[in-house]
Design a protein around this ligand. Structure first.
Ligand code: HEC
Length: 149
């Protein structure tokens, strides 16, 4: 498992994925170092996007203890304390395009327009979340430390 992950990360090293409407995504190892927006992320707004059905709706699959959301799923890993384990750049990559790390993942790629199938006409060429929304989510998740849980 460990060597497989290592080999996968090695292949991922320094690839640049870009489409017309998107900011270039510079992927280094398993992280995306450059922010996807000039706007500095706000943890408060990130928390709302995380829970909102009409935005990220991340709670469909993830739970964060202490978060005020009526239903929280467990299809994905719990994200409480995620800021201890992953850097903001690593969190950014996982939100933008988790399939770069695991081609079989069921987590949607929130900042990708290429290679998506059966996309409604209205959404073609658009990313599921904007760069600003992703920066808010990164700010929110990065400050989730396990000692605050
Ligand atoms: C359909 C279910 C689903 C949704 C919706 C979803 N995720 Fe995930 N997510 C997963 C799964 C499953 C994983 C485990 C990694 C994998 O599958 O490769 C994961 C992994 C992650 C990780 C890495 C966790 C770790 O421990 O390494 C982060 C961070 C994350 N998701 C954030 C988000 C955010 C933010 C949103 C909303 C914008 C979101 N996810 C929406 C299913 C989902």
């Amino acid at each position: 498992m460990r060597w497989a992950l290592g080999a996968m990360l090695f292949c991922l090293c320094t690839q640049v994925v870009a489409t017309s409407e998107q900011q270039a995504m510079r992927v280094v190892s398993d992280a995306m170092v450059a922010p996807l927006s000039d706007v500095t992320g706000s943890a408060e707004q990130g928390e709302q996007i995380f829970a909102a059905r009409d935005a990220g709706h991340c709670v469909l699959c993830h739970q964060v203890s202490g978060l005020d959301a009526p239903f929280q799923g467990n299809i994905g890993p719990a994200l409480g304390g995620i800021g201890d384990r992953l850097s903001p750049a690593q969190i950014r990559l996982r939100i933008a395009d988790a399939s770069l790390l695991n081609a079989q993942t069921i987590m949607p790629s929130y900042y990708r327009t290429e290679g998506l199938h059966r996309v409604d006409e209205r959404y073609r060429g658009r990313t599921a979340l904007s760069g600003v929304q992703i920066e808010h989510l990164v700010a929110y998740l990065a400050q989730l430390q396990s000692q605050n849980q």
